[in-house]
Design a protein around this ligand. Structure first.
Ligand code: PMP
Length: 400
């Protein structure tokens, strides 16, 4: 396997003068995924768990096989895998279910580095149910500051944190947080949206109780995500959405919900998207991740060195390679991040500028105008970094 063969699997990357470095917002899809979704729509397009005709049986089989692929990616059991519409939906589902048993004497601990998807559900539910919300602070370089975890005390029922920051690429110490949460009987919810694009993960081994991620960041379709939960926790989690396909029986006001995972999949699930996600995760599982991680770290090193050579660049987040993934943010003195992102776009370089749905982190780091974010995937190469650095020097020349 070479980076060239990885790159060649992605039809969009054949475009000339195209340098896609906005992978943390959405990754591109390999041909296998595009074909798997199209083939499903031709051969097995039907609703699941309802019909008895040929297409319906094929759809059921494809959907449950997709669940098994996701389970394989997570080293988990298929009945621990719930399909959702995305990572935000997965986090809302677990937050809504857990919050049902929380009240004014309880506390949920999040972190300052959360994406709004793992903050707003808890914040809004805290207002509704009256529980307290506390935040783990961050260090100057945007890492979770775990030096004082005394807020994870007997009142704390849930700790909800990101595995990897969507702004800084910093990897959180999940085993340590699991230990602190479990010591007081709290559950650990992990937002895996930015970790899963960089290889298979074993959330149970990390100590997580629930783990969420998105299809569109893991080289799969949009409109699909996953909530993984330990079987023993899913068994007691109340559903946070209701509708068809989730009950064994309904008699007057007596409702008998199906067992997980179907209890959490009310309505028509994203069937073709789940099939596409499975194709994407199967593709990922076929990569040599030791090699890919070395490649990604090499690109990060090259980018950090290139940025250090440019005038007026200030890094946001860790300046080394340890415990970080290939997401690098920075500001450019005297230039608004949106202006720089726009000019880079004109050079065929796709990056993201703004607050990255992480306003508490922007505030904590004093980034009033947000920052620029470069996020890499296995298919990026030297040419992308060179184009970015060239474009950046040119943008700075124009804007200053
Ligand atoms: N958490 C993190 C860390 C993210 O980066 C994102 C995507 N921007 C989300 C959650 C939300 O995921 P989705 O778009 O699938 O709802």
């Amino acid at each position: 396997m070479t980076i060239k063969t990885i790159r060649s699997a992605f039809p969009v990357l054949a475009r000339a003068h195209f340098h896609y470095l906005d992978n943390a917002a959405m990754a591109q899809v390999p041909g296998q995924v595009i074909n798997a979704v199209a083939a499903h729509d031709v051969a097995a397009r039907a609703n699941v768990h309802r019909g008895l005709h040929d297409l319906a049986r094929r759809a059921d089989a494809a959907y449950e096989a997709a669940r098994e692929s996701v389970a394989g990616f997570l080293s988990a059991r298929p009945d621990e895998v719930v399909f959702t519409g995305g990572c935000t939906q997965a986090l809302n589902l677990v937050a809504g279910g857990l919050a049902e048993s929380l009240g004014p004497r309880d506390m949920v601990v999040v972190s300052v580095a959360e994406h709004h998807s793992n903050l707003l559900p808890w914040l809004m539910l805290a207002k509704r149910r009256g529980f307290q919300l506390a935040s783990i602070p961050v260090t100057w370089d945007g890492r979770l500051d775990l030096s004082d975890l005394s807020m994870i005390d007997a009142r704390c029922k849930v700790v909800a944190v990101t595995h990897v920051s969507n702004v800084t690429g910093a990897v959180s110490d999940i085993p340590r947080l699991a230990e602190a949460a479990h010591a007081v009987g709290a559950k650990l919810v992990v937002d895996g949206a930015q970790r899963t694009p960089h290889g298979p993960v074993d959330p149970r081994a990390l100590g997580a109780d629930f783990y969420a991620f998105a299809g569109h960041k893991t080289y799969g379709p949009t409109g699909v995500g996953v909530l993984w939960g330990r079987a023993e926790h899913l068994a007691h989690l109340p559903p946070a959405a209701w509708g068809g396909g989730m009950v064994a029986g309904l008699d007057g006001e007596t409702v008998d919900f199906l067992d997980p995972p179907r209890r959490f999949e009310a309505g028509t699930p994203p069937v073709a998207q789940a099939v596409g996600l499975a194709a994407a995760l199967d593709w990922m599982r076929g990569l040599d991740w030791d090699k890919v991680r070395l490649h990604e770290a090499g690109l990060t090193r090259q980018l950090l060195a290139g940025l250090a050579g440019l005038d007026g660049i200030e890094l946001v987040g860790p300046n080394g390679l340890e415990d970080r993934l290939p997401v690098v943010s920075f500001t450019v003195k005297g230039c608004h991040p949106h202006d720089v992102a726009h000019l880079l776009g004109e050079h065929g370089v796709a990056v993201r500028g703004g607050a990255h749905c992480s306003q508490p982190l922007m505030k904590a780091l004093g980034l009033h105008e947000g920052c620029l974010r470069v996020s890499m995937a296995p298919y990026n190469d030297d040419s992308d970094i060179h184009a970015l650095l060239r474009g950046l020097a040119e943008a700075v020349r124009v804007l200053r």
